[in-house]
Design a protein around this ligand. Structure first.
Ligand SMILES: [Ca+2]
Ligand SMILES: [Ca+2]
Length: 79
């Protein structure tokens, strides 16, 4: 995995996983789990659990992660 990811790449990853169930424009917790485990497994090697990550990304607390919210992940993967 490259250290930097363009917004376009991030968008295509988001769309691929968000379309798996329910609203195709929102990531459920299960979809986020699949996405992280497949694309960014390193994110779960530190102290962060998926639960923490989901809460952190879901800023409006509706139980799903929109693309806008998902972009918060960019800060994590570019560290
Ligand atoms: Ca979805
Ligand atoms: Ca949300």
């Amino acid at each position: 995995m490259s250290a930097k990811m363009s917004p376009k790449e991030l968008k295509s990853i988001f769309e691929k996983y968000a379309a798996k169930e329910g609203d195709p424009n929102q990531l459920s917790k299960e979809e986020l789990r699949l996405l992280i485990q497949t694309e960014f497994p390193n994110l779960l090697k530190g102290p962060n659990t998926l639960e923490d990550l989901f809460k952190e990304l879901d800023q409006n607390g509706d139980g799903e992660v929109s693309f806008e919210e998902f972009q918060g992940l960019l800060n994590k993967i570019s560290q």
